[in-house]
Write a protein that binds this ligand. Structure first.
Ligand code: PHE
Ligand code: NA
Length: 516
């Protein structure tokens, strides 16, 4: 059926590649911000619940679907899902979600990845030495303002974007074992090493970095804020939605990426334990390392009040280099290299995963060679990605993240769960999950996979369709009865489709300029 005979070289290579797929910028940049915006430690409870009843089931489903499809020579979702339901011919079209979402996410994801690469060089070459905090922040503002030449390189952001996509393309063209697996074997151990070193620094910083007069400059306050559970948040649907969204993004489920990686798993090899290992490794990096670096270090030098007020997505770029400066020229270069290097490894092992579905599809169905498939991916990504580079400040980036990186994941996940549990059938599905398994999969997951996961997905989808203004569900329901009607949030899917208040929404989610 297909000339594509690739497979993973070793089990450790497979796990590292899968963990590399999951562990990404989401763990270090997205998670801490989601936690801060959703009540600090309050966030962890819905996060863990979603992990157990939605994340793990989806991992098992996607891994076993992928291995199943691979048995028939399929390495991309359109044909994997079609193989599971021969009767209805439309599955292959639904399956194209699992290719195009990846390319759309890769397009903007590679942009951030390229910042991290550029910042590795700027840290090593001392660009930030002696700069004040606002100068460091300004450097970033100028950097994404594409044509400004603060660094001396005109169009630096564009140059690094192209380097970054080319690097991805090159590694993809070396194939699964010779490219992706090698990148994971180098990148993941270094990422964990750098992460542990920085996390130890973050945790032990305490009050030793506090500038004179700062009373809440204490890294412990930052940690405590992230971890202290507030049980009343369990009643707030907004927090649940955010937790579900983070679980999706961080585990890379609902994208088709996992199916593709798993389609190269040999047919009798375990998926149940492998899926768990990759999932828990992602959780460890996110909860332990992701939470112990940015927030505690920022809280140590700038104070908890500052963090609560100003924390944002781009803190990693606008603030961290300045905080590292306090460690002296040598250690700041080293810390900058470790921090941005860690982000770069996290990013590239994820964007490589996003390239694989396209590769598999082109190789299987059109008989393309690896190289051709890889370069066409690079070209496609660049064409889609350049608008985010040139019009970052106009909100193009936010649009991509919303439609490709959020909505489409939930839609695809819903389709695949229904296919797996109800059409393919849970009996066969369960057999696929447990076949060759190196662990005993708990029986109650049968029930979860059949009823709870699909129901939860449906609830998440409907809720994000019509989430009310400010996430205030109580007021929205009351509004139904007191004549005010349902007051939609600008971020809800309906409002987005109608383009109501779009710009405000984008400004709220991805504005890098919110940090002074
Ligand atoms: N899971 C990755 C992260 O946390 C992002 C990703 C999504 C990677 C989808 C691959 C596919 O950053
Ligand atoms: Na992740």
């Amino acid at each position: 059926m297909s000339a594509n005979k690739e497979s993973w070289g070793s089990r450790i290579g497979l796990i590292l590649a899968m963990a590399g797929n999951a562990v990404g910028l989401g763990n270090f940049l997205r998670f801490p911000m989601q936690a801060i915006q959703n009540g600090g430690g309050a966030f962890l409870i819905p996060y863990l619940v979603c992990f157990l009843i939605m994340g793990i089931p989806l991992l098992w489903i996607e891994w076993s679907m992928g291995r199943f499809g691979g048995r028939f020579g399929h390495h991309s979702t359109p044909f994997i899902v079609q193989e599971m339901d021969k009767k209805r011919k439309y599955w292959k079209y639904i399956g194209t979600f699992g290719i195009f979402t990846n390319i759309a996410v890769a397009a903007y994801y590679c942009y951030i990845e390229s910042w991290t690469l550029s910042y590795v060089f700027h840290s090593l070459f001392g660009t930030f030495d002696g700069k004040s905090q606002s100068e460091v922040a300004q450097f970033f503002t100028d950097y994404i303002n594409v044509s400004t030449t603060t660094s001396g390189i005109p169009y630096e952001a564009v140059v690094f974007y192209l380097i970054c996509v080319s690097l991805n393309t090159y590694i993809l063209s070396r194939g699964l074992q010779g490219g992706v697996e090698v990148a994971a074997k180098i990148g993941m151990p270094l990422l964990i090493l750098f992460g542990i070193i920085l996390a130890i620094r973050g945790i032990t910083l305490g009050t030793s970095g506090a500038p004179e007069g700062c009373t809440d400059c204490d890294s412990f306050l930052g940690m405590n804020y992230l971890w202290e559970p507030k049980f009343d948040s369990l009643a707030n649907p907004k927090v649940w939605l955010a937790a579900a969204g983070q679980i999706f993004f961080t585990l890379s489920v609902g994208m088709g990426t996992i199916h593709c990686y798993a389609s190269y798993v040999r047919s009798k090899e375990d998926v149940a334990l492998n899926a768990m290992s990759a999932g828990w490794m992602n959780g460890f990096v996110e909860i332990v390392l992701g939470a112990s670096i940015v927030i505690p270090i920022a809280a140590g030098y700038l104070g908890l009040a500052w963090v609560k007020e100003k924390a944002g997505f781009s803190m990693a770029f606008q603030t961290m280099p300045y905080l590292f400066e306090q460690w002296g020229t040598f250690f700041s270069a080293l810390a900058g290299m470790m921090w941005f290097g860690l982000l770069f490894f996290a990013g590239i092992t994820s964007s490589l995963a996003m390239g694989t579905p396209w590769m598999g599809f082109m190789q299987d169905e059109f008989g393309w060679k690896r190289e051709k498939a890889a370069w066409s991916f690079g070209l496609f990504t660049t064409v889609l990605g350049l608008p985010t580079v040139f019009f970052y400040n106009e909100g193009v980036f936010g649009e991509y993240d919303y439609w490709a990186g959020t909505v489409s994941l939930v839609v695809f996940a819903m389709a695949e769960v229904i296919l797996f549990s109800w059409i393919f059938g849970l009996e066969k599905g369960w057999h696929e999950i447990t076949m060759g398994a190196d662990i005993q999969v708990p029986e109650f997951y049968r029930f979860i996979i059949k009823y709870i996961t699909p129901m939860l997905l449906l609830v998440v989808f409907i809720a994000s369709f019509c989430s009310p203004a400010g996430g205030d569900w109580g007021a929205a329901f009351a509004g139904l009865f007191n004549g005010q009607g349902w007051n939609l949030d600008n971020g809800s899917i309906i409002a987005q489709i109608m383009h109501k208040g779009l710009n405000e929404q984008i400004a709220n989610t991805t504005d890098p300029a919110t940090i002074a």
